[in-house]
Design a protein around this ligand. Structure first.
Ligand SMILES: NC(=O)c1ccc[n+]([C@@H]2O[C@H](COP(=O)([O-])OP(=O)(O)OC[C@H]3O[C@@H](n4cnc5c(N)ncnc54)[C@H](OP(=O)(O)O)[C@@H]3O)[C@@H](O)[C@H]2O)c1
Length: 231
């Protein structure tokens, strides 16, 4: 059974990844800060015996290492770094920047996906698909930034993109594909009610890229539709 690890599984896009992979019979490891506190996640896990729950705050690196030890013998075909944090909505415009919040968002968005990849690399090498997919955002594109502002979210995801590019180069000889994905503007707590893309459509699109296991996509910045995005 193909195994997939999904962070930020409590709601939004992460929850939809869990739903779809569970439905399709994958061995799903749903990772959330408080899995039992998410009613929809508990409902999916209640219906599908192929869903295992793990509690993890991705910014707690000691906890990441503990989970790494706990799961040491489990092959991991696909790791999806989905957990992400927008940062304070108000306090990331010029004159109002909250630097503590900026550092916190950096840890969740830029550092944690790499810490997870490092921690679970041996599991990924034991897997057959060998895919690390990470949710970035078009807002991280330096070339595409014409509207300014949003210092915290934009810069933390731009740093993530650079780190993932290095990861893709470093892991290519091991046959591990590192996907850097923009899910679209998606209707979730983060995306808001006005977002045009539903989680189901976004996840279906990203899964086409992830499940292909295509090593030639590694280190490229792609939308959920498979379009290349400018850095
Ligand atoms: N929605 C969009 O339009 C959009 C666009 C571009 C990129 N993205 C990216 O897509 C990903 C998912 O976004 P979303 O729209 O589903 O966001 P969301 O609805 O705000 O959900 C965020 C998820 O991340 C988890 N999370 C946050 N901090 C965490 C931490 N320290 N440890 C563990 N989990 C943590 C949350 O868990 P809790 O429930 O415990 O808070 C939640 O499950 C993010 O990386 C986001 O940046 C989204």
């Amino acid at each position: 059974m193909t195994s997939v690890f999904i962070t930020g599984a409590s709601r939004g896009i992460g929850l939809e990844f869990v739903r779809q992979y569970a439905q399709d019979g994958f061995e799903v490891h749903a990772v959330a800060r408080n899995p039992h506190g998410s009613k929809p996640l508990m409902e999916v896990a209640g219906v599908h015996a192929n869903v295992a729950l793990h509690a993890l705050d991705v910014s707690d690196f000691a906890a990441v290492e503990r989970l790494g030890k706990e799961l040491a013998d489990i092959p991991m075909d696909i790791l999806i770094n989905n957990a992400g944090h927008y940062g304070p909505k108000e306090a990331q415009s010029l004159g109002k920047i909250d630097y503590e919040a900026w550092a916190d968002a950096f840890k969740v968005n830029a550092l944690a996906p790499i810490k997870l990849a490092e921690t679970f690399l041996a599991n990924i090498e034991q897997g057959s698909k060998k895919v690390i997919a990470t949710l970035s955002t078009q807002m991280a594109s330096i070339a595409d930034n014409t509207s300014g502002g949003v210092y915290v979210y934009r810069s933390s995801k731009a740093a993530l993109n650079m780190a993932l590019k290095s990861l893709s180069v470093d892991l290519k000889p091991k046959g591990v594909s590192v996907l850097i994905l923009h899910p679209g503007w998606v209707k979730t707590d983060m995306g808001g009610e006005g977002a045009p893309v539903l989680p189901a459509e976004s996840v279906r699109g990203m899964r086409r890229l992830i499940d292909s296991g295509d090593l030639s996509l590694s280190g490229t910045f792609l939308s959920y539709k498979g379009e290349g995005l400018p850095w």
